[in-house]
Design a protein around this ligand. Structure first.
Ligand code: CMC
Length: 431
């Protein structure tokens, strides 16, 4: 195959840089030899134009609103799969056979408990501790209890077992952190329940008030987790890869990813959306005021749940979530005024030049919170829900990086220094 090149001219010299094309037509200029050849680096704050790796996990086309995991359309996966099947697909590259899925589920059942010593962790956070801080801390500490990858029983060098362990235990940690925050006794995972049923049961079952697991909520939760399961090199996934590139263990890398997800520009947007909708409600549904604030360059306020770095026509996840949201509200006969406010806000923004000209549409976080509210999940747990969904992606991306020996260098961006030139030091008594 003939290699194609881009030609770069600097002064009177020209340099050839290889062109690379992905299996779905992504195009890149390979600048790996740029510094060596030219003495120049590239400057790309926010990594708007920088590919940090090659990856075979997720494909997305932001111009066309396409999202595929391992070659399968998100629309099919969200409609026809459970989260456990999609987690397996993302981790292993293929949809599971019946037997493989049973083994994966069995692993998750046997790993769902936390070491009892870890239960004490939850007692020592202050009463209003953020569930995201509890989650990242506790996931990080899993390394102390389960340090080694179980390579003997696992052909994938331990990652299959470790992935099942992380998925199962993180779900338990999330539910326990909620129970502790409201001062209720913990509900332990049940081997009789599937992944999503188990989570809802651990969250909402009480000794004096048994929880009825509603199939509509189980189905909606499966869908939401699937839609969050991976999203190529976003902020938290890049963090997982960057931390992992130093040789840090999987738990530490995932814990760092949870922290990156926390921010309101990333996963924290789902909580910020509901807080924004509540503020609009308190303000007498004055949408204009909030739209004008978002447009005002002197005001840091942004419409949470709007805009995306990569999607420039629509976010396919948002389309699926909006429909799921309308369905569940109608089916369960829930009356949530925040849904009406969200619809009105979307209507106003989508007819406003500011949002149209900048391609700002609702993203995955705009309607997800309304579904979580319908299930009874409190607002400060929303980003934890995003983290539960994103786990398979983080684990698969971390593993892919470890296996790509040729390209798995420690992540270490460069900079253009803009500080002082070398200065003469003067001792304290001369300053
Ligand atoms: N409200 C108002 N203006 C916005 C918004 C918004 N939500 N998003 C972008 N803009 C404006 C921005 O001010 C800029 O305007 P101008 O060109 O006049 O300077 C223009 O649109 C481009 O924005 P940007 O900040 O350069 O875009 P970005 O790619 O760096 O940021 C984003 C992407 C998602 C961080 C941003 O759209 C945003 O802050 N959205 C709100 C937070 C949010 O919903 N985040 C969740 C993203 S989806 C879940 C996930 O995967 O993390």
């Amino acid at each position: 195959m003939s290699q194609k090149y881009a030609t770069l001219s600097i002064g009177d010299k020209t340099y050839q840089l290889p062109l690379i094309e992905g299996t779905r037509g992504d195009k890149a200029i390979d600048i790996r030899t740029l510094l060596k050849q030219t003495g120049y680096i590239t400057l790309d704050s926010g990594y708007m134009n920088t590919g940090a790796c090659t990856s075979s996990i997720t494909y997305l086309d932001g111009a066309k609103g396409v999202l595929d995991y391992r070659g399968y359309a998100i629309e099919d996966l969200a409609e026809k799969c459970t989260f456990t099947e999609v987690a397996y697909l993302i981790l292993h590259g293929e949809l599971p056979t019946f037997d493989a899925l049973e083994t994966f589920k069995h692993d998750m059942r046997r790993f769902a408990l936390l070491h009892e010593d870890m239960i004490h962790f939850f007692d020592h956070f202050p009463p209003n501790a953020s569930p995201m801080s509890i989650l990242s801390t506790t996931v990080n500490s899993l390394h102390n209890y389960y340090p080694e990858m179980d390579s003997e029983s696992d052909p994938y060098g331990g990652i299959t077992v470790t992935a099942a362990r992380l998925l199962a235990k993180t779900r338990t940690i999330a539910a326990f952190s909620y129970k502790k925050s409201i001062g209720h006794p913990l509900v332990y995972p049940s081997p009789k329940l599937n992944y999503c049923e188990n989570f809802l049961n651990m969250m909402f079952d009480r000794p004096n008030l048994p929880y009825e697991i509603k199939p509509q909520f189980v189905s909606a939760l499966n869908k939401l987790l699937i839609l969050h399961a991976d999203h190529e090199q976003n902020c938290s996934t890049s963090t997982v890869r960057l931390v992992g590139s130093s040789g840090a263990n999987l738990y530490a890398s995932i814990s760092a990813g949870i922290c990156a997800l926390w921010g309101p520009l990333h996963g924290g947007a789902n909580q910020a959306v509901i807080e924004m909708l509540e503020a609009i409600q308190r303000d007498g549904r004055d949408h204009k005021k909030y739209i004008n604030k978002a447009k005002d360059k002197n005001d840091p306020f942004r419409l949470s749940g709007f805009g995306h770095r990569v999607y420039k026509t629509f976010d396919p996840r948002a389309t699926i979530i909006k429909k799921a949201c309308n369905d569940i509200i109608a089916e369960m006969e829930i009356n949530d005024p925040l849904l009406d406010i969200a619809l009105e806000l979307e209507h106003h923004a989508s007819n406003d030049d500011y949002f149209i000209s900048r391609n700002l549409y609702p993203n995955v976080d705009f309607y997800s919170g309304i579904i979580y509210r319908a299930m009874g999940i409190p607002t400060d747990m929303f980003t934890v829900m995003f983290a539960l969904g994103r786990l398979p992606g983080w684990i698969a991306q971390w593993t892919e990086m470890q296996e790509d020996r040729e390209n798995s260098r420690i992540g270490r961006p460069r900079q253009i220094y803009s500080g002082h030139t070398r200065r003469k030091f003067s001792p304290m008594n001369e300053r």
